[in-house]
Ligand binder design. Structure first.
Ligand code: HEC
Ligand code: HEC
Length: 314
């Protein structure tokens, strides 16, 4: 009877390890294939051949009507309509362009201006031949050399944007992701940061606007983009970066566009997500400590109790 116990123990350990292997590393490797980053080089997009002139670009951006859909706050151009109305019209609120020149790759911006669905890698959803146009209207040129005109616009966007070193995680996230993804841990909603309201009524009114916005977004994307508060912990930095670099690589046919961030602004976005995913860290650590203290005290009592029981038996 006695010598059976080690065998039972070994069997239990064996099955525990097999189960662990199947649930953790094996299932993980099956669910997410490992994708290597291409360094955010966007090798499929044509290189820019012209040097842009920011002053000419400013005029072109005004004439091309970018500000008819986008706000450019640093240039004193407010949003033509509020976020909820914009989402009603376009499916999503076009992002503020103040820092687009710092967040997005120049080659990507040039391609985006000429052919949004192509740069964003959502041509599987938009086919002009079938009358399905991307909500961002393509720029067909002002009569000059279109590549020169586009280079000028990109130069203008770069000239008004913050310097690379001054780009904050928040601005990077809001410009590249914030129109689609909420981050509840940071009070970020798709229509902006939720203010601290004094009255419940105002808070509810804000929530209703968010729901209206999300309704339009859901129709546009086919599903509601997930809240990203926990993604840095559940998916990790490598997955998120390579996913953003080319969403189609990991989720073929997905509605999430390739947003065209530079490697530097991707780092900033990751920093934002790390700050968000870890706001509860200190709380968690404090709870962990308390649990440890509880277990130690409990163990001491258990030991004392055991001693007492055995003393009486001997
Ligand atoms: C135009 C809207 C849009 C923008 C902008 C956008 N996303 Fe998404 N994102 C989506 C949608 C839609 C999904 C759901 C994809 C699916 O399940 O097909 C998604 C899914 C994700 C996922 C989950 C992927 C998974 O495996 O489940 C991550 C992570 C993510 N996005 C990160 C980002 C980051 C970071 C940015 C900014 C750099 C960003 N997204 C910008 C629409 C967007
Ligand atoms: C008819 C409205 C409209 C016009 C005009 C327009 N855009 Fe957009 N733009 C949009 C919408 C809508 C989106 C968001 C698309 C999405 O997320 O799927 C967008 C997205 C963008 C983005 C973000 C792309 C990314 O990768 O996240 C940039 C940058 C941009 N537009 C620049 C411009 C510039 C520069 C012009 C002028 C040449 C312009 N837009 C004209 C509607 C417009």
């Amino acid at each position: 009877m006695k010598n059976k116990e080690p065998i039972i123990l070994l069997v239990v350990i064996f099955f525990t390890l097999v189960t662990y292997y199947l649930v953790e590393p094996f299932a993980h490797s099956q669910m997410h294939k490992h994708v290597e980053s291409e360094g955010f080089e966007y090798a499929d997009l044509p290189a820019m051949t012209k040097t842009g002139d920011a002053a000419k670009g400013q005029e072109l951006v005004m004439n091309a009507g970018c500000a008819g859909c986008h706000s450019i706050e640093v240039a004193g151009m407010p949003a033509p309509m509020d976020a909820v109305m914009a989402a009603g019209a376009y499916g999503v609120n076009p992002p503020d362009l103040s820092n687009a020149g710092a967040v997005f790759d120049p080659k990507f911006l040039a391609d985006l201006i000429k052919n949004p669905a192509h740069a964003l890698k959502v041509e599987h959803k938009y086919d002009p031949a079938a009358g399905k146009m991307h909500p961002m209207v393509a720029f067909y040129g002002m009569g000059g050399d279109i590549d020169q005109e586009v280079a000028d616009m990109v130069a203008y966007l770069q000239s008004i944007a913050v310097k690379k070193e001054e780009l904050t995680p928040k601005v990077a996230f809001e410009t590249a992701c914030g129109r689609c993804h909420a981050v509840g841990y940071e009070e970020w909603t798709q229509i902006g940061e939720k203010p601290k309201f004094k009255h419940e009524k105002d808070s509810l009114a804000f929530d209703i606007k968010v729901i209206d916005y999300q309704d339009s977004l859901m129709k546009y994307m086919g599903k509601l983009p997930p809240d990203l508060s926990m993604y840095i912990r559940s998916r990790g930095e490598h997955y998120i970066s390579t996913f953003v670099e080319n969403p189609q690589n990991q989720l073929h046919g997905t509605a999430m566009p390739r947003v065209g961030v530079t490697p530097h602004s991707m780092e900033k976005v990751i920093e934002y997500l790390e700050d968000a995913g870890d706001t509860k860290r200190h709380e968690r650590e404090a709870i962990g400590k308390n649990v440890m203290i509880y277990i130690i005290i409990f163990a001491i009592f258990a030991l004392l109790w055991k001693k007492q029981v055995w003393r009486d038996l001997h």
